[in-house]
Ligand binder design. Structure first.
Ligand SMILES: Cc1cc2nc3c(=O)[nH]c(=O)nc-3n(C[C@H](O)[C@H](O)[C@H](O)COP(=O)(O)O)c2cc1C
Length: 375
């Protein structure tokens, strides 16, 4: 179809795999310019070919503070890798950057009514409903194994009140094998009419501060995309003492059942994840990274190295892989290898040179105008 402004002539349809590859190449080319040199944009000077570095010599470590150092920036996202032990036969967990385990609550939860998942174009909807055996059983069953792994395990903590989050964290604090906490604040706050903690800067800050008071463990707080403006929420969480932000959780959606007499999921609402989520995640990481000083870890639709490079470019220090694990559990380890190889080819001794290359020259400038999209 040709329309106004579209180039005419023969346009060869390109297979999706080819499009993905060329996107990867375009993205991979940019990071060769370290963030500090980003001002020289557009100066097409001939650069000497980079001196290749062995992938094994590239520094992939990520220091998140409070003693938490990830061996590499490729983690696995909560709810998509169980408690890690389930994948022991298929994945060398010691080669992961870190593991965020399934959301864990004070009491056991059986989860939402079925159906709980459905495929969507470019992703999936899930409404698992935080099915888990409760914090005490999680500690008893899994912590001893975690303590033997090189990859740090962060427990994803969920609750329905500030008290819930505090009590779950208290029980995890000091348990060998628990390397940190990731707060899933996309949960209804029963004390505040069921509104999620994550959609209100006050509630997000309050729960972060309360958890901070009871633990010295590294504390990551996970942002929700279901908000109009992420910046005040990101700031409130950072000011309340979080060590890092993780972004993003799923985007709220529904599907319609066959016959069209009702919504498909037993819970009606589900969370959209997978490649369809990536542009939203990129935007939120881009905006959040400009308003906080703590590190931001990106999540949303990572399926290949180009996605990792894109998230680093907008300011993430690490990424989590979620839905893509269901198709290929070995992907995160492969991405870590590919990232090291990519750095080596470009003569970079550390992947950190790839961070922030697509951020605005003047920090904070575009975000003061708010969300930039105009229909
Ligand atoms: C089946 C499923 C279960 C999930 N469970 C949790 C959870 O318990 N806690 C949480 O914080 N996020 C949970 N998530 C969200 C993911 O951790 C991640 O933020 C989201 O899926 C986006 O990443 P992706 O597009 O790579 O999947 C879940 C996602 C899926 C698909």
């Amino acid at each position: 179809m040709t329309g106004p402004g579209r180039p005419t002539g023969t346009v060869r349809a390109r297979p999706a795999s080819e499009l993905r590859l060329s996107a990867a190449r375009a993205t991979a080319a940019a990071p060769v310019r370290p963030a500090a040199a980003a001002g020289a944009r557009g100066a097409a000077q001939a650069r000497p070919a980079p001196v290749e570095i062995r992938a094994a010599d590239v520094d992939l470590t990520v220091d998140l503070g409070r003693g938490l150092v990830l061996p590499n920036p490729i983690m696995v996202a909560s709810g998509t890798f169980g408690y890690g032990v389930e994948y022991g036969e298929v994945v060398d967990v010691n080669r992961l950057g870190g593991i965020c385990c399934k959301g864990t609550t004070l009491e056991p939860r059986i989860g939402n009514p079925t159906p709980r998942v459905t495929e969507t174009p470019g992703g999936m909807l899930n409404s698992i409903g935080l099915q888990n055996p409760g914090v005490d059983a999680v500690i008893e069953r899994y912590a001893a194994a975690w303590a033997t792994w090189r990859a740090p395990v962060l427990v994803n903590v969920a609750g329905e009140s500030v008290r819930d989050y505090v009590e779950v964290t208290r029980r995890l604090d000091g348990v060998p094998g628990v390397a940190g906490i990731e707060l899933n604040i996309s949960c209804p706050n029963v004390g505040k009419g069921g509104f999620q903690f994550a959609i209100d800067a006050g509630a997000a800050g309050e729960v972060t501060a309360a958890v901070r008071r009871v633990t010295d463990l590294p504390l990551l707080v996970k942002l929700s995309p279901n908000v109009a403006d992420i910046r005040p929420i990101a700031r409130a969480i950072a000011d309340a003492g979080a060590d890092a932000l993780t972004a993003i959780n799923t985007l709220s959606g529904i599907a319609v059942a066959p016959g069209r007499s009702r919504p498909l999921l037993g819970n009606i609402y589900g969370g959209l994840s997978g490649p369809a989520l990536k542009p939203v995640a990129l935007r939120i990481v881009y905006e959040a990274a400009q308003v906080v000083k703590i590190p931001v870890i990106a999540i949303g639709g990572v399926t290949e190295l180009a996605d990792v490079l894109d998230f680093l470019a907008v300011g993430a220090v690490a990424v989590q892989v979620g839905t893509a694990i269901f198709a290929d559990p070995t992907l995160p380890v492969r991405l870590a290898d590919e990232l090291a190889a990519e750095c080596g080819r470009n003569g970079l001794t550390t992947y950190r040179d790839l961070i922030g290359t697509a951020r605005p020259a003047r920090a904070g400038q575009p975000s003061v105008k708010g969300v930039e999209y105009r229909p």
